[in-house]
Design a protein around this ligand. Structure first.
Ligand SMILES: [Cu+2]
Length: 133
């Protein structure tokens, strides 16, 4: 009798774990591709950056204070671009239909490189320097 109850609980746990794995897998898949996080209200945004089709970010240098850093990337052309900071999690990805995207980063003091990770863009010059104090 007792064993049956235990087994049922174990089965439920196994099912919950499997469900968790499926959910985590699905979000891991979608986190990097098309849709980024929705943009917060304007007063929550630390900086707006233009992604130019000549493979440049405008501005190409940024300064920020350590802590939460919300970036709004604006598409100023027709090519898809994104914004990443080397060594940190987070990506803002715009495409021809959305024209803007946001990402939140957690900054520690130091010097960082931000870049567009779409193939060839960084090499073509789509990068900049972020100084955090
Ligand atoms: Cu790009």
């Amino acid at each position: 009798m007792r064993n049956v109850a235990l087994r049922t609980a174990a089965t439920r746990l196994g099912f919950a774990a499997a469900l968790l794995m499926v959910t985590a897998g699905a979000s891991a898949c979608s986190s990097d591709s098309a849709k980024a996080e929705p943009c917060p209200a304007d007063d929550q945004i630390n900086v707006e950056i233009n992604a130019l089709d000549k493979f440049r970010f405008d501005p190409a240098a940024l300064e920020a204070k350590e802590g939460k850093f919300v970036v709004k990337l604006l598409e100023d052309g027709s090519l898809p671009h994104n914004f990443r900071i080397k060594g940190l999690d987070g990506v803002a990805t715009v495409d021809a239909s959305t024209k803007s995207a946001c990402a939140t980063f957690s900054l520690a003091k130091g010097s960082y490189t931000y870049y567009c990770s779409i193939s060839g863009h960084e090499t073509a010059g789509m990068k900049g320097t972020l100084t955090v104090s």
